[in-house]
Design a protein around this ligand. Structure first.
Ligand SMILES: *Cc1c(COP(=O)(O)O)cnc(C)c1O
Length: 396
């Protein structure tokens, strides 16, 4: 693919190598488990380049490879590898860097299942220790480093409270101590944040959110240097077996064509919604890195080129009845987990956490009963604001 094109062009134009004889404008789906060869010599030479050649779909598949190429271009990276889910990518990444008895530093407000993997699974199973830090200050990382620290796991902005970490500073610190760095970059997408350019070793995505964007696929991605991605390809990808499905890769290719358009629109509407919420008497606080009075706004502007559409806010009440009245009154914001699709969604983190944690533990994590999470979709911002306004009037 020609260099020098803008990212919008690269995501829309399809490689000629994938154009079939009929000139189909959309590349076909290679829905194959295996690929055949003409001779002993042909299959033998394919094994010479096992990392890249399509031999068996648990290793490589052309429909998947095409999307990996686009993702790498989008992220300004050498290489990308798609996985069957964001969690498959996260678990492969962590397992790549750590062995039994090693130590990891992670941000405490990382995605819930990431924390669960480190704490409840890798801890008891492999004796991998994890220190959780808030992540807002570089000293927290410096203080948590041990002789057996192998990996610093970031998520910026983080889940629930949207806390940021200074990516360049953490990358510098880690590099000087020989520690690897990985970031869950799902919130910002590679369109708005390029962590590899700031020195982070590995970029991780759940493609189930904005990269997919249509709430019709589940996938994950790892993005980094050729050397790192190829090592992961030969070990964690192939051996743990969480391969990307060709049909979902094809859907993701469709999604990437409109990623820049969608992200610009999510950003525009989300800022208007956040400003509306901040000014509303039924709202105590808004958590959105794109608001000028967000505590880490300067850092956000420095390391991101834009802001996506997921935000949190706290209702100005602690009465569960009143909180539920708001939640149930919304019409355009459908109730559900996940985010990043065309549709607007609302979720209350307390619903999940209250099942596992005490209210005291919630407060420690910075989560209150009245915390709402909304994903601002592609509907008209005026309609979304009217929907919120109507429901917020029922709160106080
Ligand atoms: C959803 C999500 C994941 C997990 O992705 P799946 O595709 O659902 O496995 C990881 N990190 C963040 C920040 C997420 O929101």
């Amino acid at each position: 693919m020609s260099k020098g094109f803008g990212v919008d062009t690269l995501l829309v134009v399809d490689d000629s190598q994938f154009r079939d004889a009929e000139g189909a404008v959309v590349p076909p789906i290679y829905q194959n488990s295996l690929f055949t060869f003409d001779s002993w010599e042909a299959i033998d030479s394919a094994f010479d380049d096992k990392v890249n050649r399509a031999i068996y779909t648990r290793g490589n598949n052309p429909s998947v490879a095409l999307v990996e190429k686009k993702l790498a271009l989008l992220a300004g990276a050498e290489k990308a590898r798609l996985f069957s889910s964001g969690m498959a990518a996260i678990s492969a990444a962590i397992l790549h860097f750590v062995s039994a008895g090693d130590h990891v530093i992670a941000v405490k407000n990382a995605y819930g299942p990431t924390v669960g993997l480190l704490n409840d699974f890798l801890g008891p199973k492999l004796g991998i220790e994890c220190s959780f830090v808030g992540g807002g200050e570089i000293e927290e990382f410096t203080g948590a480093i041990r002789p057996n620290t192998r990996l610093i796991f970031l998520e910026s902005p983080s889940s629930v409270v949207f806390g940021l970490q200074d990516l360049a500073a953490v990358a510098d610190l880690a590099r000087s101590r020989g520690i690897a760095t990985a970031i869950d970059n799902t919130w910002a997408t590679p369109y708005f944040q390029k962590p590899l350019a700031l020195g982070i070793d590995l970029e991780i995505h759940s493609c189930s959110k904005y990269l997919g964007g249509h709430s019709d696929l589940v996938a994950g991605a790892l993005i980094g240097s050729v050397q790192l991605i190829d090592e992961i390809r030969m070990r964690e990808y192939e051996l743990l077996g969480a391969k990307m499905a060709p049909i979902e890769a094809w859907l993701l290719l469709r999604s990437l064509r409109t990623l820049p358009l969608r992200m610009e629109r999510h950003q525009q509407s989300a800022l208007r919604v956040a400003q509306f919420l901040r000014a509303h008497p039924s709202v105590r606080r808004v958590f959105y890195p794109g608001l000028e009075d967000f505590p880490q706004y300067d850092l956000a502007r420095r390391q991101m080129s834009g802001f996506s559409g997921l935000m949190g806010f706290e209702l100005a009440t602690d009465e569960l009845d009143s909180i539920k009245r708001f939640f149930n009154a919304l019409e355009l914001f459908r109730i559900g987990v996940s985010w990043g699709g065309h549709e607007s969604l609302v979720y209350a983190p307390a619903i999940g956490y209250l099942r596992e944690q005490s209210p005291d533990r919630l407060a420690d994590m910075g989560i209150f009963l009245g915390n709402m999470r909304i994903s601002v979709g592609l509907e008209s911002a005026d309609d979304l604001i009217a929907d919120l306004d109507r429901a917020l009037c029922l709160v106080l």
